[in-house]
Design a protein around this ligand. Structure first.
Ligand code: CTP
Ligand code: MG
Length: 166
């Protein structure tokens, strides 16, 4: 899941600039995605996810890690892209509910990247999905995600990278 977990914090670190919705509003008069979703965040985040995936590919088979899922160029691209597309979709619906950028939307803010990344692999690389995604691993992801999400965001808040600790 590393290629799915890394894009969000990297987007928070290096994102900014032109928003993906170019500042435009949706038909309901509210922003399509909001200022928190930028092209730079999307691109740098996805590249970081693919980068760590490449490290996983090169490291596979070393260090006695033979039992870990074997990443492929396709799986790392889908995981990284899906994570931030899930985040983007979440913001779309968050805006429709009238929640401002950066406000809390408890469950969605945490699992958007899991839903996005796993859906992408399920759709475009079902073979990899069913070879690696057991029920046990899925449960583990559902437990690990909120812990990592909360932990990293608190760190980001303390270092003033994030404006809010969620
Ligand atoms: N970010 C970005 N581009 C993205 C995703 C994130 O530039 N595609 C940056 C933004 O600076 C954003 C920060 O990472 O403020 C934290 O991301 P996130 O918590 O997902 O965004 P929020 O600002 O909370 O906006 P939203 O309410 O839409 O989730
Ligand atoms: Mg947020």
């Amino acid at each position: 899941m590393l290629p799915a977990y890394l894009p969000n914090p990297v987007a928070a670190l290096f994102g900014g600039g032109t928003p993906v919705d170019l500042g435009r509003n949706f038909s309901d008069g509210k922003r399509v995605f909001g200022d928190g979703k930028t092209f730079r965040g999307l691109i740098v985040g996805i590249l970081a996810g693919i980068g760590i995936g490449l490290l996983q590919i090169y490291a596979s088979g070393s260090f006695g890690w033979e039992n870990l899922p074997v990443q492929t160029y396709l799986s790392i691209t889908l995981l990284a892209t899906g994570a931030l597309l899930g985040d983007l979709c979440k913001s779309f619906f968050k805006r429709r509910l009238g929640k401002e950028r950066g406000t809390k939307w408890p469950v969605a803010d945490m699992y958007d990247l899991v839903a996005g990344s796993l859906l992408m692999v399920l759709i475009f690389d079902a073979g990899w999905f069913f070879a690696n995604m057991t029920l046990l691993i899925f449960i583990f992801i559902m437990i690990l995600t909120p812990i990592l999400h909360r932990g990293i965001n608190i760190i980001g808040y303390h270092f003033r990278i994030k404006e809010v600790p969620w």
